[in-house]
Design a binder for this molecule. Structure first.
Ligand code: C2E
Ligand code: MG
Ligand code: MG
Ligand code: MG
Length: 274
């Protein structure tokens, strides 16, 4: 009896796995033709200087939607795109589109673009970035590259060398999701980031965990002494905004101050500025 129960549990398990693999395979197939079918778009989330409530720029966030699936979360499809070797072409599409859109906005509004760690393995990354800026006519100081710890984790020296080239071009570099990895601190020493993005997990727990406020304060002070701007991600409430302001944070990006919106709405926000 125990044996047969075990066997049916096992069969249930393998069937579930088969289904998962099929679902994954089917999404890969859809993803592979999504560029040609023009199913990708960018959403732009505003970033503000807290002091004076000044709009400073937008983060470009990739969106994928198909008639059959509707919108698919980037948390779901970006790892897939990395696995099937399409993050290079997809990342290039994002860079070109973001630079082109940002060129329509006035100085000094910037655009932040997320780069996958895998894009740093591509020898042509610098060429792609330079070409994206040139064909859009966007000045380099208005582009901001966001990387997570993952990009620095293996091959740190090679990645740092590329980041230095990017910075030498006048492009800004931000450390995304700061504080979520194993050695965020040590990376701050390896490269002079322009901006530290304090991860949403610390902001979300501000009201419930007093340690979070201490962390926001410490990161902000650290950033300040290293000459790095700090921005809080995922601020959803007035109380969180008050708290991060009190803790010294200079910039904010979150649902409270603005959700990610299509390009034409971002342009409206820019026009309302003055
Ligand atoms: P991220 O770069 O840390 O982007 C911030 C994420 O937090 C976005 O999710 C944004 O919509 C969400 N967010 C912003 N404010 C709030 C808030 O107040 N509350 C909550 N709950 N969420 C907020 P999204 O657009 O789903 O993107 C998820 C992740 O996917 C990004 O995290 C980034 O790692 C990745 N991603 C997005 N676009 C790209 C891209 O073009 N290339 C690469 N390589 N990765 C991308
Ligand atoms: Mg980001
Ligand atoms: Mg982030
Ligand atoms: Mg993230």
């Amino acid at each position: 009896k125990a044996k047969s129960a075990g066997r049916s549990t096992f069969r249930f398990f393998t069937e579930a796995m088969d289904q998962e693999m099929q679902a994954r395979r089917s999404m890969e197939i859809d993803l592979q033709r999504a560029l040609v079918l023009e199913q990708f778009s960018l959403a732009y989330q505003p970033q503000y200087q807290i002091d004076g409530k000044r709009l400073v720029g937008f983060e470009a966030l990739l969106r994928w939607s198909t008639p059959a699936r509707g919108p698919v979360s980037p948390a779901q499809f970006i790892p897939l795109a990395e696995d099937i070797g399409m993050i290079g072409s997809l990342g290039e599409w994002v860079l070109r589109k973001a630079c082109k859109d940002a060129a329509q906005w006035p100085e000094p509004i910037s655009v932040s673009v997320n780069l996958s760690p895998l894009q740093f393995k591509n020898q042509k990354l610098i060429d792609v970035i330079v070409s994206a800026l040139a064909s859009a006519g966007l000045p380099p100081h208005r582009l901001d590259i966001e990387i997570t710890e993952g990009a620095l984790m293996d091959d740190t020296d090679a990645t740092v060398a590329i980041l230095k080239q990017i910075k030498a071009l006048g492009i800004k570099v931000s450390m995304d999701d700061f504080g979520t990895g194993y050695s965020s601190l040590s990376y701050l020493q390896k490269f002079p980031f322009d901006k530290i993005k304090i991860d949403q997990s610390f902001i979300r727990s501000l009201e419930t965990n007093p340690d979070s406020a201490a962390i926001v304060r410490a990161v902000t002070a650290l950033g300040e002494s290293l000459g790095m701007m700090t921005i809080a991600e995922g601020v959803e409430t007035e109380s969180q905004l008050r708290q991060i302001t009190h803790d010294g944070c200079k910039q904010v990006q979150g649902y409270l101050t603005g959700r990610p919106v299509p390009q034409h709405e971002a342009t409206l926000l820019v026009e309302q500025m003055n």
